[in-house]
Write a protein that binds this ligand. Structure first.
Ligand code: UDP
Ligand code: MG
Length: 327
């Protein structure tokens, strides 16, 4: 019998866990031909998420959980989940039901019966999303697809089901600055796409404020393209050419018309412009340097505080100790 592991990153999701469990249970009952493992990853939540996960794991042995020592981010949660998953097929799903669990049977069927290694999902529309967010998101996809060699599908979700061999390859990419959407593309393998209409969050609030989305986009661009570094060089070159032309022009004009003391405002503008561009290029350089610095430290991507297995071992050890003292 095949086993499917679903990795569910959770950060302050106390309000949605019960709904999520109800929905995924329906799917598990429908798919009797496979066994399931639901692997929740508590990403350092500060609400009741962990307590709820402990209860779920006690209630249903198919539910497991990992709990981080602090918030490491969704990317770290995905990595931890994939490395602890034991299924033959491994999926990733958000806890807030924006990724409809009802698509799982179709995804599994495609993986088993057709020659795919991954079935990924994308949103058909962006209904209910702020206009500015959709616009910036579109811009991001255009820029990253121009600058990098990988091709990201606009509207792609992290919701996907993969074979174990693909997950193994994903885990080989153990970089610290993770951008899963890019990693899934980079490793290759045959990916089928399923579309679904945008779903609203079933409860709770989004954990992705605008600021976090911007840094996530920069992570994607700097993680999968070094084109901005070349851009700095190109801008530098263009400015060199312009300045040589200007030197020639000014020298020529001075020889013909003399040198009246004029033109300081334009000079000030040029100094500001060139200074700004230099700082901008240094900023790009700094961004890559910072990434390299963090990678060379080889810090762990996440730290575990607790998991259903350790908790279980702890409990059985306690029970044994109690038995021994009874004797
Ligand atoms: N999430 C996480 N760590 C974080 C932020 C989010 O594990 O630091 C999880 C969150 O619990 C949810 C999923 O990632 O299951 C997607 O987050 P959210 O719904 O807030 O993002 P959105 O759908 O608004 O992009
Ligand atoms: Mg969401």
């Amino acid at each position: 019998m095949d086993k499917i592991t679903i990795v569910v990153p959770c950060y302050n999701e106390e309000e949605v866990l019960e709904y999520f469990y109800t929905e995924i249970k329906k799917v598990m009952e429908k798919m009797q031909e496979v066994c399931f493992e639901i692997l929740f990853v508590d990403d350092g939540s500060v609400d009741q998420t962990l307590i709820k996960l402990r209860k779920l794991a006690e209630r249903d042995p198919r539910c497991r959980y990992l709990s981080f020592s602090r918030n490491f981010g969704k990317e770290a949660a995905i990595y931890a989940g994939l490395s602890h998953a034991s299924g033959d097929y491994i999926g990733i799903m958000d806890a807030d039901l924006q990724d409809p669990p009802g698509l799982l049977p179709e995804m599994y069927r495609k993986l088993c019966q057709e020659d795919w290694d991954c079935v990924a999902t994308r949103r058909k529309d962006r209904q209910g999303e702020p206009k500015l967010k959709s616009f910036l998101s579109d811009c991001f996809y255009k820029v990253i697809n121009k600058l990098s060699k990988i091709h990201l599908v606009s509207g792609a979700r992290d919701y996907r089901l993969m074979t174990r061999r693909m997950v193994k390859s994903v885990l080989q990419m153990s970089e610290y600055n993770r951008f899963s959407k890019g990693i899934f593309q980079w490793v290759g393998f045959r990916t089928a796409w399923i579309e679904f209409p945008n779903q609203e969050r079933c409860a709770g609030k989004s954990k992705w404020p605008f600021r976090k989305l911007i840094s996530y986009s920069l992570e994607g661009i700097t993680g999968f393209s070094v084109a901005p570094l070349s851009l700095a060089a190109v801008i530098g070159l263009v400015f060199c050419v312009i300045s040589f032309l200007m030197i020639g022009f000014i020298a020529f004009r001075t020889l013909i018309f003399g040198d009246p003391v004029r033109g300081w405002p334009s000079m000030a503008c040029i100094i500001f412009l060139v200074g700004g561009i230099q700082l901008f290029c240094m900023g790009i350089l700094g961004e890559y340097l910072a990434k390299t610095y963090l990678e060379t430290k080889h810090r762990p991507i996440y730290l575990l505080k607790e998991s259903s297995e350790e908790d279980y071992e702890e409990r059985s050890r306690r029970r044994k100790d109690e038995k021994n003292t009874d004797r």
